[in-house]
Design a protein around this ligand. Structure first.
Ligand code: TXA
Ligand code: MG
Length: 329
């Protein structure tokens, strides 16, 4: 299968709709990462997403809809707090989990009785969702366990030959996947951290839990139990307080002929005297936006990525640290 990358316009949208209507899949941009789209009503198409990605079949997918979509088509028992959150953060990188009306294919939620809904803010994503006029089940458009894609080129690198169309909407500005929030209980609960932070949610609705899996408990967001975001080279992660040790390790490896690269934020780059650097940038949002891009750049050039965790560990950095820990094992 030949894989085309096309800018989003009338022609490519028409083609995308035809592919989806015929039971195929297409990749599309969002403000977080690129997604791999199928018609959420089409079981065979949804199942093909799992096989194309090599995704475990107990890890449910998010359904994406445009801003005017009537959510009561798909879900029920929408609590008042989630309406406040929608007003504050949607469209945007916040996915909310509700009780499902079981209208979409059971393959989307892997048989669970809940459904995750996301309304992305990316202009191209909105255009796409409106044009195709169907709820779109989509995971990140990478091979399972690999780093999520933040450019059309990243999608191509993973899925070339396996899908026929990638809609190109430029580099994703968010850079880490959406916050997943369980809205099926009295208080909201963060299942996966992201750019809409627990603090931001609590500021709107007064309280917000954060899910921590206890021993022996059934996972509430199955994605959390899998290895993720791994680059195809060796990796090691140092705490911010151990950065001197990381610098020393870098120089030992370089002396031994290893193509080692240091991944860290800009403040640490200023203190570093080596030349192989994957600079994540200055602000929290820059660090999130650059993380996957730099991991993918790193795996192309490095034998070993030595990462230093950011000093700040709250807010957006909760989501960044969660991905860093998974990427660096
Ligand atoms: O930003 C994003 O969310 C991106 C873009 C493409 O929208 N999508 C994404 O999808 O990251 P994926 O499939 O890589 O991650 C979906 C996450 C998984 O951790 C999954 O377990 C969780 O959402 N999830 C999906 N449906 C769920 C449900 N009904 N209950 C709990 N967690 C759910
Ligand atoms: Mg993913």
């Amino acid at each position: 299968m030949k894989t085309q990358i096309l800018q989003i316009d009338e022609h490519s949208l028409r083609l995308a709709k035809k592919i989806l209507t015929d039971g195929g899949v297409v990749a599309f941009p969002t403000e977080t990462v690129y997604g791999l789209a199928a018609n959420a009503y089409d079981s065979a198409a949804v199942e093909s997403i799992f096989s194309i990605k090599g995704r475990p079949n107990d890890n449910p997918l998010i359904v994406h809809v445009h801003t005017d979509y009537d959510l009561s088509e798909l879900v029920t028992d929408i609590p008042e707090y989630s309406q406040l959150l929608a007003k504050a953060f949607l469209p945007g990188p916040l996915t909310m989990v509700y009780k499902s009306k079981q209208r979409v294919s059971a393959a989307v939620s892997c048989g669970m009785d809940t459904l995750a809904i996301r309304i992305p803010s990316h202009e191209g994503a909105q255009r796409f969702l409106r044009y195709v006029d169907m709820p779109i089940a989509a995971p990140s458009a990478n091979v399972s366990k690999h780093v999520s894609p933040v450019t059309a080129g990243h999608v191509y690198d993973d899925l070339n030959g396996k899908i026929s169309l990638i809609l190109d909407g430029g580099k994703c500005v968010g850079g880490i996947e959406s916050t997943v929030l369980d809205c099926t209980n009295e208080a909201p609960c963060v299942l996966r951290s992201g750019l809409v932070t627990r603090e931001m949610i609590a500021a709107v609705v007064g309280e917000c839990d954060e899910y921590v899996m206890k021993d022996g408990e059934r996972v509430r967001s199955p994605g959390m139990k899998y290895k993720h975001y791994s680059p195809k080279c060796q990796t090691v992660l140092f705490n911010f307080d151990n950065k001197a040790e990381a610098f020393k390790y870098y120089h030992e490896k370089i002396s031994a002929g290893v193509a080692a690269y240091l991944m860290c934020d800009d403040s640490v780059v200023q203190e570093f005297d080596g030349k192989n650097i994957l600079n994540l940038g200055k602000t929290e949002n820059e660090i999130a936006a650059n993380l996957y891009d730099k991991l993918r750049e790193g795996e192309r050039v490095a034998d070993l990525i030595i990462a230093i965790a950011p000093q700040k560990q709250d807010g957006v950095m909760v989501g960044v640290m969660n991905r860093m820990k998974k990427a660096f094992g």
